[in-house]
Write a protein that binds this ligand. Structure first.
Ligand code: SF4
Ligand code: SF4
Length: 440
């Protein structure tokens, strides 16, 4: 049977064999947790505790600031020892609440079990907001905002992303295999909120065990398990929507413009915890992997653990890493060191050796059009990059730079090693700056 997919895309080696067979392990608590107040798209939260205060696990330590924002919670019980700027995965030091664990790991007594049948849709969304649930595929967009589309944009298809197309990462795969009940409870809760007629879980065909398990568990439910062709970036929102529904999200539009809402499978599990147990998002599964790490693992980590702690729990380094990436190799964030904490969107930590990194010098464009064929957004990467390089902002925008999803497929296939995605990212920033200036 021909599997569904999207136009364009690439086939990088998936390198999932390092961890795809490894069961999730609980990562032991470190001596210190650094919980950043900025972990999501939107306004950062604001500290609501004081230095010296004892906090319980799951207690709110940072309050949301506005609708597109979420609160932040203590990942364990202990003492707040500092509220200060600390190294952050986004690159610059940002405010964080530093907790010294007391070893009790005791939950706040305010968190209670709720029968979801007693909740209205709005009450359920509020519980998700209070729990600080964000998209766990990496984007970290507040889930309650996505769950509140305007009435004129009804959602007929609810799509769950179990694709995990980024090479090396296996955290969603293990979640679907080991915690399918939590995932499917979240699927049902989100279906109730949206009232969608069609519910689909999209999974790449390289996870046949997860596909078989979920098919069996959903045999009596109105949930469709959709195997998809193995191709990067199959898990990108617009590409997943096209593969599952045949609909194209218009340029500059959102999934709700075509009646679709998309959530990651791990986000669905976090929704279950938030609604049924009242538990906030203080932990997640993170794949720690790559040739520079001794024992690659899928770890259940607490938000605020340092990358160096994760490395230690995985047996240490084989050699000094040539590159440290939080997330996958295609869309993850390169880190300068291991002293940053994991945040809610941290699906993986990839440690590569010097020899694993392609370092060929940049050459001239040979007009091979490989980047055009690979682009899943039907863009002309070579043209946009050339305009962006020369800071020709109008032309950069005219060639639809803002539609670029920064998947890196064009850079991956370019035989001339032109840093296309970096140039396009630079061009997009210039377009945004121009728009902001026009508003002043
Ligand atoms: S990074 Fe942008 S331009 Fe390059 S292939 Fe992806 S969507 Fe297309
Ligand atoms: S892939 Fe590279 S060399 Fe080929 S057309 Fe695109 S930018 Fe030029």
């Amino acid at each position: 049977m021909k599997l569904r997919t999207f136009k364009g895309g690439i086939h990088p080696p998936d390198n999932k064999h390092w961890t795809s067979h490894k069961a999730i392990e609980d990562c032991p608590l470190p001596d210190e947790l650094v919980v950043p107040l900025s972990q999501h798209i939107g306004a950062p939260s604001v500290a609501c505790v004081e230095v010296g205060q004892h906090v319980a696990k799951g207690q709110e330590i940072g309050s949301a600031k506005g609708f597109v924002s979420v609160p932040v919670h203590a990942s364990t019980s202990g003492e707040v020892v500092a509220i200060e700027n600390r190294p952050h995965p986004f690159g610059t030091p940002l405010p964080a609440v530093v907790i010294k664990p007391d070893g009790e790991d005791s939950w706040s007594s305010n968190l209670q079990f709720t029968d979801p049948g007693s909740l209205t849709s709005d009450e359920l969304i509020e519980k998700v907001r209070q729990a600080g649930v964000v998209g766990m595929g990496g984007a970290a967009f507040p889930a309650h905002v996505k769950m509140s589309p305007p009435p004129e944009k009804p959602i007929h298809t609810l799509l769950f992303n179990g694709v995990e197309c980024e090479p090396y990462l296996t955290s969603d795969h293990r979640m679907m295999l080991e915690e399918s009940e939590r995932v499917l409870q979240g699927v049902a809760l989100l279906q109730y909120v949206y009232g969608a007629e069609r519910v689909v879980i999209g999974i790449e065909a390289n996870k046949p065990d997860a596909i078989a398990l979920l098919k069996k568990q959903c045999a009596d439910a109105a949930v469709e398990i959709l195997p998809l062709q193995v191709k990067y970036p199959q898990g990108a929102e617009k590409q997943l929507i096209f593969a599952a529904t045949g609909r194209e999200v218009p340029s500059g539009g959102l999934p709700m413009d075509v009646g679709v809402a998309v959530h990651n499978v791990s986000t669905a599990a976090a929704v279950t915890d938030a609604v049924m147990l009242g538990r906030p998002l203080i932990e997640r599964v993170c794949t720690v992997t790559g040739p520079a790490i001794k024992e690659p693992k899928n770890l259940r980590i607490r938000i605020g653990m340092s990358l160096s702690h994760l490395v230690e729990v995985c047996g240490g380094l084989v050699e000094e890493p040539g590159k440290i990436i939080l997330g996958g190799p295609m869309m993850g964030f390169t880190q300068v060191g291991l002293d940053v904490p994991v945040i809610r969107g941290s699906s993986g930590l990839l440690l590569l050796r010097e020899e694993d990194i392609a370092n060929s010098p940049e050459g001239p464009c040979i007009r091979c059009a490989r980047c055009v064929q690979a682009c899943p957004m039907n863009l002309m990467p070579t043209t946009i990059a050339a305009y962006a390089r020369r800071d020709l902002v109008e032309e950069t925008e005219e060639y639809c730079a803002m539609d670029c999803i920064e998947c890196g497929s064009c850079s991956y296939v370019c035989p001339a090693s032109i840093p296309l995605v970096q140039l396009i990212r630079h061009g997009k920033a210039a377009v945004l700056a121009k728009k902001r200036n026009a508003l002043l």
